[in-house]
Design a protein around this ligand. Structure first.
Ligand SMILES: [Fe+2]
Length: 231
């Protein structure tokens, strides 16, 4: 499914190979990491955000399945949109690296984060994932009615101020360019919302001669040697 947002497209990929047992294991894994203190402690980082470890080589099988679905979803994005050929003047691409992390939130937890709301006016600030080539959000558990609690996207045409929300669909990825500004839409319910965010790094082939970083291999800037918390 393709959403034509502004001059940019967002694509949704349903993960039919991910079972309800896999999702339960993922939520237990997120809970365990948070309980062990493996989450971002910055006072302007919305709680709870795990470390960037979910797609590490030593991650458990259910995260490996999600990682494969993310690569499939990114391939699907490129096929649907022609993004690989048009954005960098290249004729092909190679995925070089990826990383993923999770968010866990609920109403009273959101409301406890006064510093974030006082600074940004909202509980989830606008941001992008540069220098990632593509970024994704996987809706692991959506406790709402499906009409909101998804992801807001901001029109990249700077003279415009419009915002479009892509709704959450449980067990699906949405994929978008890493530079596109977005924010998570918080839900006003006490039941827990779980989402996974991911970055894809890529190297283009046959790039335009105007592109001078052909020999670089973009990679995740995050830490790679963290211990993966085991259940
Ligand atoms: Fe994001």
């Amino acid at each position: 499914m393709k959403y034509d947002l502004f001059p940019v497209q967002v694509v949704r990929h349903i993960c039919r190979e991910i079972s309800s047992k896999d999702r339960k294991d993922m939520m237990d894994s997120v809970d365990l990491q948070i309980n062990k203190g493996h989450y971002q402690k910055g006072y302007l980082t919305p709680k709870y955000q795990t470390e960037y470890t979910l797609f590490q080589d030593n991650c458990p099988s259910y995260w490996q399945k999600l990682k494969k679905s993310f690569y499939d979803a990114c391939d699907y994005y490129i096929k649907e949109t022609g993004f690989a050929g048009s954005s960098y003047g290249g004729t092909g691409y190679t995925f070089t690296d990826s990383e993923a992390w999770a968010f866990k939130s609920y109403k009273s937890l959101n409301e406890s984060q006064e510093e974030i709301r006082n600074t940004f006016g909202i509980y989830s600030p606008w941001h992008d994932h540069s220098p990632a080539y593509l970024a994704g959000v996987y809706y692991l558990k959506d406790p709402g009615d499906g009409t909101t609690g998804g992801t807001d996207f901001h029109n990249p045409v700077i003279t415009r101020r419009d915002v479009i929300e892509v709704p959450p669909v449980q067990n699906s990825w949405i994929i978008f360019p890493g530079w596109l500004q977005h924010r998570s839409v918080t839900l006003d319910v006490e039941d827990t919302r779980y989402v996974v965010a991911a970055n894809m790094y890529s190297k283009m082939q046959n790039q335009s001669p105007y592109n001078d970083w052909e020999d670089e291999t973009p990679q995740s800037p995050s830490m790679k040697n963290l211990m993966f918390p085991q259940l």
